[in-house]
Design a protein around this ligand. Sequence first.
Ligand SMILES: [Zn+2]
Length: 319
Amino acid sequence: MAFDGIIGHERQKRFLSFLMERGNIPHAFLFCGQEGIGKKQIAMEFTRRLFCQAGTGCGVCRPCVKLDRGSHPDLVVIRNEGSIGIDDSRMIAKEVSEHPFEQDKRVIIIDNAETMTNEAANALLKTLEEPPPYNHFFVITSSEREIPLTIRSRCTRVAFSPLSREQLELYFRDRAGIDPDRAGLLASISFGSIGSGLFWLDEDNFSLRVRMAEALSGRANGFVLASSLAEKASMTDRSASMYLTFLLSFFRDLFVRKITGGTSFITNTDLEDILEGTSGDLPWIENSLKRIQETVRVMRYNVNRWLVFENLLIHVARE
Ligand SMILES: [Zn+2]
């Protein structure tokens, strides 16, 4: 079976295998679902099977080796840290107009497709409307509604669900070789996403998370601290989004503790002491949750992430 190396998504993998076995591969897929759950990995694995001389993704034939090295000329991967612009769409249009170099097919993977500018999306639409027959597109996104309907309607949609806590634990323990306690914690705080777990596996990220919890609880305080925590947390879009998700989970834990009077149902199990030691009434918790959600919305716009984050921390931290 293909896709064996990828945890979860059994139904989606069966569907893709079926299409491939039938030789009936749509010219464009839309892969949607949460960040960090394996969408791009599945697109890559699909490409391996498509290009492989044995048809299995054997890992030893010429195309497989080139794909593993990231040097196959018939795989085009678009992934920009900022946004996908008109130049990217033009490059794709030019590329797909030529015959593939080494295969009878070409694969174009557009990751984080929600970051496409309008101009880029319009140009891509033209390409999708009249694609030469040997091209297969994977439009990948964690925010489907930000993809213009005109593009979505040209694609075969495959929706991916978050991984279960058990699947995540399995991944961190058996694949990543992390000790069981830590694997369990990572599975709990990653909300279905391997990518999130790998983010928290990083020591710097993890310790910033703990320091942020201490600042919120009032154990450590001050504007200077809020500012420096905010600066580090908001370094990139990705990290800002990770720490905002953490803040939501932290206040949800406080909420759960308040309601149930215990910590049996909390997510951030390693922060039990801090959660226990945080005084604060329900209105404070509820207001903080609202403020964090509002900040999540604001962050979608082109704002100064550091200032917005700092402002949030100052308002939600205990005095
Ligand atoms: Zn191969």
